[in-house]
Write a protein that binds this ligand. Structure first.
Ligand code: ADP
Ligand code: 5GP
Length: 201
């Protein structure tokens, strides 16, 4: 059975990284798609685990050689997804989780319409601002830019498959796990493998 694709989008500061870490820890069949970025690492971030941190020159080379399935320029940095990573993981039946902005998510939906697209919302905007500020790693300009972009991204919610509100962290994590389980039980995915057992003998 080919692997499943889960694409997760949320306004910056919603708690997506926290939730995805919890989801990955709870489900060893999920693998995180590690993006390339030209943004510098935040404290505690590790290259090859959180992102592949690359120079603008290296990022341009990846783009020009067609190594990226999609890429965007945002907050003054490049972010992109490795094409090879996706194909390898899907061939080996691994389920992949992508952390993408709305533009990247849309691009992946074109290539993988069978994927599951999940949008995560904060309970409200003042709380989003508090969380983003509380992270303590952004200057006032970048903070304002991320809040503004978060607001703009809400326009895209209608084409996503699922919406999760990250108010209570445990409840949100439970909902994400339920979505993963539901996607794995889709008849179109499961039946082709089971059908031979029911048509012979
Ligand atoms: P993102 O990856 O969406 O930018 P993070 O996972 O870095 O967000 O979380 C932003 C901040 O919000 C962190 O300090 C995190 O601990 C906090 N946070 C995440 N989820 C919740 C929640 N449900 N309730 C309160 N604080 C949260
Ligand atoms: P951050 O700098 O907070 O890690 O991420 C900023 C934004 O970039 C988030 O919305 C995240 O989902 C998005 N992002 C991270 N990696 C990629 C990627 O490979 N492609 C796209 N399109 N967006 C990405």
């Amino acid at each position: 059975m080919p692997g499943e694709i889960f694409v997760v989008t949320a306004p910056s500061g919603t708690g997506k990284t926290t939730l995805l870490k919890g989801l990955m820890a709870a489900d060893p069949r999920l693998r995180f798609s590690i993006s390339y970025t030209t943004r510098p690492p935040r404290p505690g971030e590790v290259s090859g685990r959180d992102y592949f941190f690359v120079s603008p020159e290296e990022f341009a080379r990846l783009r020009e050689t067609g190594a990226l399935a999609e890429w965007v320029e945002q907050f003054g940095y490049g972010y992109g997804t490795s094409k090879e990573w996706i194909l390898q993981a899907l061939d080996s039946g691994q389920d992949l989780v992508f952390d993408l902005d709305t533009r990247g998510a849309r691009a992946l939906k074109e290539s993988f319409p069978q994927g599951t697209f999940i949008f995560i919302l904060p309970p409200n905007f003042p709380e989003l601002k508090r969380r983003l500020q509380g992270r303590g790693d952004l200057g006032p300009e970048e903070l304002a830019r991320r809040l503004e972009q978060g607001r703009a991204e809400l326009q895209e919610i209608p084409w996503y498959d699922y919406l999760v509100v990250n108010n209570d962290l445990h409840l949100a994590l439970e909902q994400l796990r339920a979505i993963v389980t539901a996607a794995r039980c889709r008849a179109a995915r499961v039946w082709p493998g089971l059908e031979p057992l029911f048509t012979s003998g």
